[in-house]
Every structure is written in structure tokens, then in C-alpha cells.
Design a protein around this ligand. Structure first.
Ligand code: AMP
Length: 403
């Protein structure tokens, strides 16, 4: 059942607790280096403010110890950026209190007026957040008249603000924000009822991280294109030479079993047919392209023939789901395979396919290729988007009202 969204809720004169994912990267001076997660929740916040409601916005940021205020993990830079981004859409954006549930924060929540945003301090300053504590959640529940979950990036976790809080707020309304609704639409409904052919692209370094997703997707998708270092575990299972490429030898047997099982279940597993090899992972080292990785060499990207094979399959797809880069894309020229895939996926989108990219690295790679707006959906959640591909159902969605 689809969940009720913030747009379906009358917010006039109401205080809405928006659990956002403001867990943004910062440099060593505390400056935000990428504010996409803050931008992602703006439509939800604007939807409340423009209809005469007010917002209590809360998130975790980084990994504080849970023993009280720590300046390094303060939400202050987030509040400043939120104020800049909202501009005249909010009559005030204030960070109040040193802890989410101290008397100052509680007092500010009690007098919040339509058009205003109260930002709470880092939820993880209080140990109750990670513990999923009901008493902590109960204090937050008193701040608002309705709860809105817009924190897709945290939705696979059972932290207090994600699970105990909506439960504590009942019978007050509990809805999804627009960002979360979009993520659930694409990573949930679209994948559950896929247009076909449905092609998955998996890459990245570790097969172990992607095994549960592979297991879930086999039998559900028409084809899985495997790139990145994870391909070498499969190639080794096929008896190919892989030189010094990254491999998980303990998983070779599982990889072999998957290669046998997939076609029986109607899924083709497609591996790279050539590799851009280097002798170390450094910028602009000499490279060679080989069909099998020679001794002493490391496979660091899919080769040109593989890009052509993968692109041809992507071009035939009606649905593409992509998680994990095709090579060590942070180091040139080993970004070329990932960029080529991003172009192929963008072209498929243009031709009418639905295309979904997830995982922090994949989103970053698509961004670097300048193609972020050329895909149907780029997920903001790394771990959460991978867990959706594993077919997991998140507890945190349970307490949210159905549409
Ligand atoms: P993951 O977190 O498992 O999605 O892996 C992402 C990382 O995999 C990125 O940092 C890539 O640089 C790395 N990666 C992808 N392909 C390779 C490869 N062939 N050799 C080494 N690292 C790779």
C-alpha cells in the first residue's frame, strides 16, 4: 500500500516534525562540501511552510558519541545552509538548544509559528536515538502535531526518531515526505512491478556487500551486468586469470553457484570481456587492455569491448537499476568505463527507459560525468538503496499512515 504523503495532509496551523537526512559531508573546517541531502528535503519543508504550517526539522550528523553536545557534530552549519536555501520561503530558521530535548528546544517548539523552521541539534547527541529509546522519542513527540519521515538515507535503521517516534506520536498523523515518497516509488514499486526488459548493473569493490542484492535480483531481472572489482570473483569462478585484481577468494564457490543458478531462473549474468589493467592504482599510470588480466597486472576498469556489450544491453532495457561503479573511477583513466555506462544509461533514459542509480559512489560517478539530471532517479541513500535492492522491508515505514 502506498503511504500517505505530506501533500495529502492538512498542515495549516500545525507543527510538523520532519525527520530529515541532513547527514552531509563536511571538510575539516566544518564547511559543507555537498548539500544535496539538505536540498533533497526542501520540497517537503516548502510544502509545509507554503500551506501555513511550521516545521521542526531534525537529523543525525556524523558519529558523535551520544554523551551530549559535541561542537564538531553540531547542526549549526546545516541550519545556516537551510536558511540560505529557503530564503524568503521561511519567516525564520533557528537552531535552538544544545540537545534535541533540552528545555530551550522544547520551549522553542512550543511557540513555533506558521512559516517558521526550528532545527534541533544532532539527534545522536542523545544516546536514546541510536538505542531506539521510547522515552527519548516521547519527548520529541510532544514537539509537533504530525510526523513526517523524509530521511530515506536512514530508513533502514531503527533509530528512535525513525521508529519509536512515529509510534509515540500516534494517533497524530504520520506521513512520508516527498523525497522518501519518490525513493519508495522508484526503489520499491517500480522494481516490484518492473517494465521489461529489466537490467541491473552491479559494480563496486566488494562482492560480499552485493551478494544479498544479487540473490534477490536473480530470477527477478532479465539481466545483471557485473562490473567493478566484484567481477573478478566471478571471472575466477569461470577459471579466468585475474592477475592481482581485487578478489574475494572465499566467495568464489558462491559466485560459481550463482553463475549456474541465474540462467535456470531466467536471469543472464553478463561479465566484462576485457579490462583496463594497471600495475598500481595511481593517477595516469601506464595501462593495457586485456581480455584476461595478466599476472602482475590489476584489472581496474571494464575495457572498451565490455563497454560496448554493456551499452548494447542497456539500450534494450525498459528499466535499469544501477548500483556500484564499473571501475576504480576516482582515479583517472579508470573512470572511463563508469562514465561510458553513465552515458549509456542516460541515452536509455532519453529513449524512454526508467533509470535508477543508487549508492553514494554511483551517484557521485554520475555527477562527475555531468549526467545527474539525465537519469530518472538518483537515490540519496547509499545503504538504504542497496537494502531496497535486497528486497528488505524497513520497520521504520510500518508506523506511517497508508494513503
Ligand atoms: P563499493 O563500496 O563496494 O560500491 O565499491 C566502490 C569502490 O569500488 C570505489 O571506490 C571504486 O574505486 C572501487 N572499485 C571499483 N572497481 C574496482 C577495481 N576494478 N579495482 C579496485 N577498486 C575498484
Amino acid at each position: 500500500m502506498p503511504k500517505k504523503t505530506i501533500e495529502q495532509l492538512d498542515v495549516k496551523g500545525r507543527r510538523i516534525f520532519v525527520r530529515a537526512d541532513f547527514n552531509v559531508p563536511q571538510d575539516d573546517k566544518g564547511r559543507i562540501t555537498d548539500d544535496r541531502r539538505i536540498q533533497g528535503t526542501l520540497p517537503t519543508i516548502r510544502s509545509v511552510l507554503s500551506r501555513g504550517g511550521c516545521v521542526v526539522a531534525a537529523s543525525h550528523l556524523g558519529r558523535p558519541e551520544g554523551k551530549g553536545f559535541e561542537g564538531e557534530f553540531s547542526m549549526a552549519p546545516v541550519a545556516v545552509r537551510l536558511r540560505e536555501l529557503l530564503g524568503e520561503d521561511a519567516s525564520a530558521v533557528r537552531l535552538v538548544g544544545k540537545l534535541p530535548t533540552d528545555v530551550d528546544a522544547a520551549a522553542a517548539a512550543a511557540v513555533l509559528k506558521p512559516g517558521e523552521v526550528l532545527v534541533l541539534e544532532n539527534l545522536r547527541f542523545e544516546k536514546g536515538e541510536k538505542k531506539g529509546d521510547a522515552t527519548f522519542a516521547g519527548k520529541l513527540a510532544a514537539y509537533a502535531d504530525a510526523y513526517c519521515n523524509d530521511a530515506f538515507g536512514a530508513s533502514h535503521r531503527n533509530d528512535a526518531s525513525m521508529l519509536a517516534l512515529p509510534s509515540a506520536m500516534k494517533p497524530k498523523p504520520c506521513v512520508t515526505g516527498l523525497l522518501l515518497a519518490r525513493e519508495l516509488k522508484f526503489l520499491g514499486e517500480t522494481i516490484a512491478h518492473p517494465p521489461r526488459p529489466f537490467v541491473a548493473i552491479l559494480g563496486g569493490a566488494k562482492v560480499s556487500d552485493k551478494l544479498p542484492a544479487l540473490h534477490h535480483l536473480i530470477g527477478r531481472v532479465d539481466m545483471i551486468l557485473i562490473g567493478g572489482a566484484m567481477a573478478y570473483t566471478f571471472l575466477l569462478a569461470q577459471g579466468k586469470s585475474i592477475g592481482r585484481s581485487l578478489v574475494q577468494r572465499d566467495l568464489v564457490e558462491q559466485a560459481r553457484a550463482m553463475l549456474e543458478e541465474a540462467p535456470r531462473k531466467g536471469t543472464r549474468l553478463v561479465l566484462p570481456v576485457d579490462h583496463v589493467c594497471g600495475q598500481s592504482l595511481e593517477d595516469n599510470v601506464p595501462t593495457e587492455v586485456h581480455a584476461e588480466v595478466p599476472d602482475e597486472w590489476i584489472g581496474l576498469d571494464i575495457g572498451p569491448a565490455s563497454r560496448t556489450v554493456f551499452a548494447a544491453e542497456i539500450a534494450k532495457a525498459c528499466l535499469v537499476v544501477w548500483n556500484g561503479p564499473a571501475g576504480a573511477f576516482e582515479v583517472k583513466p579508470f573512470d572511463a568505463g563508469t562514465v561510458a555506462l553513465a552515458r549509456a544509461v542516460a541515452a536509455a533514459t532519453n529513449a524512454g527507459a526508467t533509470t535508477i542509480a543508487g549508492g553514494g559512489d554511483t551517484a557521485a560517478a554520475v555527477e562527475v560525468a555531468g549526467l545527474a539530471s539525465a537519469l530518472t532517479h538518483i537515490s540519496t541513500g547509499g545503504g538504504a538503496s542497496l537494502e531496497m535492492l535486497e528486497g528488505k522491508v524497513f520497520d521504520s515505514l510500518g508506523p506511517l499512515d497508508e494513503a
